[in-house]
Ligand binder design. Structure first.
Ligand code: ADP
Ligand code: MG
Length: 244
């Protein structure tokens, strides 16, 4: 109440170097609010994916602390984090059917067998693919494959979903309809979403807040209108002002 914002994720003094020399994330501090749609926006190479991968657990911070619900995550493997991930290239298992792909996170989390079919059906219905469960990824369009990836990320009802340029490979029209679909899912489930993009327009239309990255540093974090009207520095002003 009284304007208090509940924090779900805390990045505290996070630094990351892959080679021991160049820091691609530099002393990053970030509070993610429960239930928000937060976008990490910035040019290629600015450290957005690295931040997402550290939160998902696929990369480790060189120093600093990441906490989920107040608990430090540093030694928690990815599948023990209550986090769903959607990648740009979908990363579906080609030898599995759609249903098997979506069931996979439930299997590794040892979900009771009788619940699996029900949860898979619910997740596929949510992305309007209930009728294509027996297909394999190669038999589906790019948009459909991304919907499967979305169902797979949501099927275990994580409290946090990470999306790394999920719409980058789609054409403009499909991208716009998928943007709306993701927003609906965000609103209907009340789940926290962290979305990575280098597309200013996409960030401005989808986000509750946007963190503008450049060179491993958050330049500004604000709601879209404030970013647009009151950019904190030259970089933010020119990057937000760019149109594709
Ligand atoms: P973004 O997602 O904003 O494009 P990344 O987080 O992918 O940026 O990359 C930030 C920097 O880290 C880039 O210079 C990139 O080349 C480097 N980098 C990313 N992943 C690796 C890796 N696995 N090994 C070495 N360098 C990497
Ligand atoms: Mg990236």
């Amino acid at each position: 109440m009284s304007g208090h914002q509940d924090t779900i994720v805390k990045f505290q003094n996070i630094q990351k170097t892959y080679d021991g020399e160049v820091y691609v994330v530099k002393n990053l501090n970030l509070d993610i609010r429960r239930g928000e749609f937060l976008t990490l926006l910035g040019p290629s190479g600015s450290g957005k994916s690295t931040c997402l991968m550290m939160l998902a657990g696929f990369e480790s911070p060189t120093s600093g602390l990441i906490a989920l619900d107040g608990k430090a995550l540093n030694h928690t493997p990815p599948h023990k984090r209550d986090i769903g991930v959607i990648f740009q290239n979908y990363a579906l298992f080609p030898h599995m059917t759609v249903e098997e792909n979506v069931a996979f996170p439930l299997l590794i989390r040892k979900t009771p067998k009788h619940e699996i079919a029900k949860k898979v059906k619910r997740a596929l219905d949510m992305v309007q693919l209930g009728h294509l469960g027996n297909r394999r990824p190669a038999q589906m369009s790019g948009g459909q494959q991304q919907r499967v990836a979305c169902a797979r990320a949501l099927v275990f009802e994580p409290q946090l979903v990470l999306l790394d340029e999920p719409l980058g490979a789609l054409d403009k029209k499909l991208r716009e309809s998928m943007q709306l679909e993701l927003k609906h899912i965000h609103e209907n489930l009340g789940v926290t979403m962290v979305f990575v993009t280098h597309d200013q327009g996409e960030a401005l239309t989808m986000s509750d807040r946007i963190a503008v990255f450049n060179d491993g540093i958050i330049q500004q974090i604000d709601d879209p209108a404030t970013l647009y009207d009151e950019p904190a520095n030259e970089f933010v002003a020119s990057f937000i002002g760019e149109t594709n």
